[in-house]
Design a protein around this ligand. Sequence first.
Ligand SMILES: Nc1ncnc2c1ncn2[C@@H]1O[C@H](COP(=O)(O)OP(=O)(O)OP(=O)(O)O)[C@@H](O)[C@H]1O
Ligand SMILES: [Mg+2]
Length: 367
Amino acid sequence: MVLDNITLINFRNYSKATLEFSDNINILIGDNAQGKTNILEAIYVLAITKSHRSLIDNNLIKENEDFCNLKGKVRVKNISRNLEFFLSNKEKKVSINNKQVKKLTDYISKFNIIIFTPDDLELIKGAPSLRRKFLNVEIGQIDNNYLNILNDYNKLLKTRNEYLKMNSSNINDKYLNILTDKMIEKSLYIYRKRFEFINLLNENIQNIYSDITNNGNLSITYLNNLNLDNYDEQKIKDIMIKKYKSNLKKEIVLGLTLFGPHKDDLIFKLDNRDIKLYGSQGQQRSCILSLKLAEINIFEKKTGEKPLVLLDDIFSELDDTKKNNIIKYINNDIQIVITTTDLNQIQKELLLESYIYKINNGNIERQ
Ligand SMILES: Nc1ncnc2c1ncn2[C@@H]1O[C@H](COP(=O)(O)OP(=O)(O)OP(=O)(O)O)[C@@H](O)[C@H]1O
Ligand SMILES: [Mg+2]
């Protein structure tokens, strides 16, 4: 997949800017706070319809403006498409080839992105919700049905929780059972896709991690309270029915649904020990790198195309061996956009054929 160009209007600190990209390596160089990450964010938003770093969409609109707009030409399997993202205080719209796509979930997954940022360590250190968000964004990029089902599930969850809260003294079993059955049905798809994705990650990260670091055994454990190693529809149904039954009294008291994929989590294990509790900063960083590099393989296997890779200022934190190992993985035929404050941090051989843009206070100049 290739992004040929992008135009930003009223996005973050840009009034209007256009960049043409090389199929291979693109470098954005500039001092701090000039707008390098904002461009990576614009690319990410154009693909995913949400920011990777801001929970609130409105931050994306340039101060004192009332809308922002992104346009980009992408090439997937040699077919070019014009993607467009529009956001105002009132609405968010996306279109493909000037035709509005009503459901955001039908738009996402048309163009795949992997982003590496210094904040990624939060995926290990932060709350379980971040790891669920990771699973949802990444699985959603290769399966938009997953996002539809996840939306359905979240709506049911909200309704069920509200119902549990409202009716603590007089629960209508029938209605609650209907909600519960529907949630179980949606859960099955979510569990299936998460098992599948985590298994694929595990097939890939082990080798990548030992290649990057030359030692250690990295694996991911999927925590789902099902106590199963693999997806098994009938077993999961049985377990869920039992759990819902045995938890019901507690759920009515708390007014919360206590079991289901909304409680899932992941543990990254190095030599069988939780890397969050035992790993060094460097080991945690290598774990995240392996995870993202594994995703490049998985996306390519699933879609037949390599994703676009965004590297946000990650080279400053890595030693030369790791830099070289990463470049070995991300080889020639993949499009990359890299940000840096210092060209010396980037290997000479990468600079040779790359497009270099100088970013200065929301202005862009090709070097
Ligand atoms: N909605 C907005 N409107 C106007 N300016 C904004 C908006 N959001 C962020 N900015 C500005 O964008 C700049 C930060 O841009 P960005 O995060 O891309 O910097 P950067 O070049 O990646 O810097 P660093 O090297 O420190 O990571 C800041 O000056 C910030 O004030
Ligand atoms: Mg930045």
